[in-house]
Design a binder for this molecule. Structure first.
Ligand SMILES: [Zn+2]
Ligand SMILES: [Zn+2]
Length: 249
């Protein structure tokens, strides 16, 4: 990357991405989103489309946030490919606390702003499967064979990837209102991330967020791992409560 370009990005690292959303350049948004998702597939294409549409419906100026003030918030309802399209396009991520994950398994995202009541929920229309079938007829059969059943040759895997790519690039050419359903909703946001001082766990010596310390009982003051305290993790199946921690040696 050229130095002049880096200098521009220093001021706003999302400058090019924001420009693409402003121009509703869906293909560029898909390609940039795939930088974090690592492949092209219908799910990420739908996440990209839902996010561009939702942000425009909310007001495209809501894109101009820095991920520090947590102004724009995305509530995503699925932890699959779709969620990466949302994170990439909106800039609302797990790391900057502007992403809320609601464990519902629905292909939908809500965009809201911290200081406003009005929010927008975008969901994928029911006919997206037939749209994918139309664009890439071998996608679902190959998904079944290669991913679900873990069968098929290397050629099948290549064909699957190619079909997924074809479907993704086809989806981002569709009109937003044919693909997606947008509805105004009242915003109900969780509180911003608490800022509590960190602690050093007296047993393992690791630095722990103030909110993740055992609050009572004989293990009070230890981290959840040393204190054998239950915790939650997001897995393929959603949010799971871990009763017996798995990370101790
Ligand atoms: Zn994917
Ligand atoms: Zn510890």
């Amino acid at each position: 990357m050229e130095l002049a370009e880096i200098d521009k990005l220093k001021r706003n690292p999302r400058r090019n991405f924001i420009q693409a959303v402003r121009e509703k350049d869906t293909v560029t948004c898909l390609v940039k989103a795939a930088e974090i998702h690592s492949h092209f597939c219908p799910g990420i294409a739908l996440g990209v489309m839902a996010s561009i549409y939702g942000i425009w419906e909310l007001g495209v100026e809501s894109m101009y946030f820095d991920g520090i003030a947590e102004d724009l918030v995305a509530i995503v309802e699925v932890n699959a490919c779709f969620a990466d399209g949302v994170q990439a396009v909106s800039g609302c991520t797990l790391g900057n606390n502007a992403l809320v994950y609601r464990d519902l398994g629905r292909l939908a995202v809500t965009f809201a702003r911290r200081e406003e009541e009005a929010a927008v929920r975008v969901r994928v229309g029911p006919d997206f499967v037939s749209r994918v079938n139309h664009a890439a007829p071998r996608f679902y059969p190959l998904l079944e064979k290669v991913i679900k059943n873990r069968e098929g040759s290397p050629e099948d895997m290549e064909a699957f990837k190619q079909q997924a790519r074809t479907a993704a690039f086809s989806i981002v050419q569709e009109p937003f209102d044919k693909l997606l359903i947008v509805e105004p909703v009242k915003s109900v946001l969780p509180k911003p991330a608490p800022i509590k001082p960190s602690f050093v766990c007296p047993q393992c010596g690791e630095e722990i967020m103030g909110s993740k310390i055992v609050q009572e009982g004989p293990n009070q003051g230890l981290c959840f791992i040393c204190g054998h305290h239950p915790y939650f993790e997001v897995e393929g199946q959603g949010i799971v409560k871990i009763e017996k921690n798995r990370t101790t040696a």
